[in-house]
Structure formats: C-alpha cells, structure tokens
Design a protein around this ligand. Structure first.
Ligand code: PLP
Length: 394
C-alpha cells in the first residue's frame, strides 16, 4: 500500500520537465545544434568566480570535520547573522539572526512557510496568475487549498477586484513572486501598496492576519532602472522566501532562506512553526559547505551580461516579427502571447520545428507560452528564423 497522492505526483512530470526530457531525446537523435530548448529556468551564467574560489578555499583551509558537519537546525549562526546584516544594509530592516531559517532553496522555504501558515484543513492559499506551477504542489502538500486569481493580462500586475473577491475567512496567505516566473514582470511600488492596503483591510475583516508569502529568487535579476520593492517595508505580515539558485547560479546546491520579520503578527510563533515544518519534513541543517560560502559571499552580485544580451536579442526580434509579450523587466523569461491565441497549440507547432517553449496553461494563462532565455546566445540566433516562420503560419 502506498500514498496515492504522492504516487500521482511522483509519476506525473511537469509540463516543463516533459519538454526538457523531450529536448534531450531529440538532441541525441538530431544533434544538440538542431534543438532550441527554451524550457528550463536553469541559469546559463556560471556561478561568480568569488563563489567558486570560496568553495575551494573553504574545503582546503577549514577544519575538515566542521566543513561538512551538521550545523544547528535553522543554520549556522554566522550565516544567519550575515544574511540578517545584509537585509538590514540593503533594505533598512531590523532583521536578527533568529528570524532567519536557512533552507534547501526557495522550494523548501516555501514548503516550510506554507505548512506553518496552514491553520486548518480549510485554510486557503491564493496565487496570482501567472504563477510558478509548483506552488500548487507545495500548497496542497502543506494541507491547504490552492486558489488562483486570474492574471491581469494588460500589465501582468494584480487584478485587485478579482483578488478581493477570492479572499475568504479561510484565506491564510497570498503568494507573490516578483520578478515573476513566467512573465518577467516586476510588481510596481503602487501594486505592492495596493496589495498591502487590501490585505490590511481583509485581515481586520476576517479577524486574523493574512500573510504575504514573498517568493523572490529573482530579486537580483533586473534589467534597466527598475526597483524591486522590498515587501516587508510595505506590509508587516510578510514572510520572505529567498534563494541563491538564480542570483548566484547555484540551483543544484540547494541553498536559500526564510525571513520572518519581527513586524509579523505572532512572528516568533510563525518562525517556530516554519522550523517545526522543516523538522517534520527533514529540511533541517541546509548544506553546511554552502552555508559557509553564503556567509563569505553575501555581497556578491550576479553578472547579468549574458542575460541582457539574450533578452535584447529575443525581445527586439520577436516584437519586430509581431509577437506581443509582458514587460520582461526581470528574471530570465519572456511570456509571449501565442499568436494563434492558444499556448498549447502554439507550443506543439513550435515543437515540430524543435523549438521548445512551455505552454502557459500550467502557469494559469492558457493563451501564452514561456521562453526561458537562460540559454546560449547561439540557441536564440538559431531559433529566430523558426519564430518568424511560426508567426507567419498562425
Ligand atoms: N520559485 C520560483 C518562482 C521559481 O522559479 C523557482 C525555481 O525555478 C523556485 C521557487 C524554486 O527555487 P529553488 O531552486 O531555490 O528551490
């Protein structure tokens, strides 16, 4: 006898993984240069040199037992202090080490936070389309109900009328993600203020705090003169889920954190519940070598050179062919309106030309497709003529 729900999750691949696996198979038949795979959000820029040097130095020159040993369950005090200090320097907060819980990336941070906030089996978590598809899995895994608010497809900010209509007495939290996967859009300060006002009002009406779960693995990946508002400065009941997967190109190393600011209602209890969830799921003591690396490299910033080149190349060409997309101010994705109005059909058409773009359906926007431009620039150059053909065929 096995758990059928988990069996279902373990045997069904996500649309993204499905395409990625298909791409690998096609590449082995046709040759890698004949397949244009834009499916995965795997950083194409190597980790900064300072990170690799820190890894080498730590392994070579530290106590050989401590370097790979367990840290305390929420993470080493040195790393949590370094993270808290950096939050304070950058965002003018008053973070303390004991408000930081180090995790295996944003995925674990979200799972622990969602589990912490699931106050009953009726609790609801709201996501705003377009959203990272794993939110549904994480939310349902935490035992809460997952609700989706349709996208504002004009500017890909938030449709506040729809959000307000979806809030009930059971709403535990709203997950936001900016810069956004898949749209690349950054929520404006005006959007964050409106969200804070709405949730303040609704928290009073429902008589309990409605938390913002702020998922921000792409915070550092922004292009041009764009500010990404730091949400805890606008809304007290915010829990931040951060990851170094994208900013330091370390997705396989599994390192990130939860920050529960003291401004949160019941902050200590929320932190303890997140730590308890981590304990229950075995997410304790994130990789210790990486914790030490993060403490050393806390001020290292990503090199955006390649993403900037790719973004411009794609954006300039695709829009000149007539494609429409959301303002891609951050992350490394372009969210394209399918020219035939159907993301699934368009993705299939593109697949026939070995151009792999993810249908928008799993992100909650059927009419769109996602292009990940964290690829070699040559892949974009090779795919452009096919994108031109595709729009002409629609
Ligand atoms: N949240 C978003 C929006 C993502 O795009 C991803 C990964 O692609 C994650 C969370 C998970 O990140 P991590 O690799 O840090 O677990």
């Amino acid at each position: 006898m096995i758990n059928q729900k988990n069996y279902g999750l373990g045997t069904a691949r996500s649309a993204i993984r499905e395409l990625f696996e298909y791409g690998k198979k096609q590449a082995s038949i046709l040759g890698a240069d004949k397949v244009f795979d834009f499916s995965l959000g795997n950083p194409s820029t190597p980790a900064p040199k300072a990170v690799d040097e820190a890894i080498a130095d730590i392994v070579k020159n530290s106590d050989p037992i401590a370097v790979h040993g367990y840290t305390s369950a929420p993470g080493s005090i040195e790393t949590r202090t370094a993270i808290a200090d950096s939050i304070n320097r950058r965002f003018g907060m008053d973070a303390k080490a004991d408000e930081i819980y180090i995790t295996c990336g944003a995925a674990a941070a979200l799972c622990c936070t969602l589990s912490a906030l699931t106050f009953s089996s009726e609790a609801e978590i709201i996501a705003i389309a377009p959203f990272f598809p794993e939110y549904r899995v994480f939310t349902e895994g935490a035992g809460a109900k997952f609700k989706v608010v349709d996208a504002d497809t004009v500017g890909f900010q938030i449709d506040f009328e729809k959000l307000e209509a979806s809030i009930t007495d059971n709403t535990a939290g709203v997950i936001i993600n900016s810069p956004n996967n898949p749209s690349g859009v950054v929520y404006s300060e005006d959007t964050i203020r409106k969200l804070a006002d709405l949730l303040d009002r609704k928290s009073k009406e429902t008589n309990h705090p409605i938390y913002i779960i702020c998922d921000e693995p792409y915070r550092e990946l922004v292009y041009g003169d764009i500010e990404v508002p730091y949400v805890p400065k606008y809304y007290d009941n915010t829990v931040v889920c951060y990851s170094y997967s994208k900013s330091l190109s370390l997705p396989g190393e599994r390192i990130g954190y939860i920050y529960v600011p003291s401004s949160c209602e019941d902050a200590k209890a929320v932190y303890a519940a997140a730590a308890g969830a981590g304990r229950a799921m075995g997410y304790v003591c994130a990789p210790s070598l990486l914790q030490t690396v993060i403490a050393r490299c806390i001020d290292v910033q990503p090199d955006l050179t390649d993403y900037k080149i790719n973004r411009k190349l794609l954006l300039d060409n695709l829009t000149s062919y007539g494609y429409k997309c959301a303002a891609p101010d951050g992350a490394f994705y372009l969210f394209l309106k399918a020219p035939n109005g159907d993301g699934n059909a368009f993705s299939e058409m593109a697949k026939k030309k070995n151009v792999l773009v993810v249908p928008g359906e799993s992100f909650g926007c059927k009419d769109y497709v996602r292009i990940s431009y964290c690829v070699a620039t040559e892949t974009i150059k090779g795919a452009l003529p096919y994108f031109k053909e595709l729009i002409e065929e629609c």
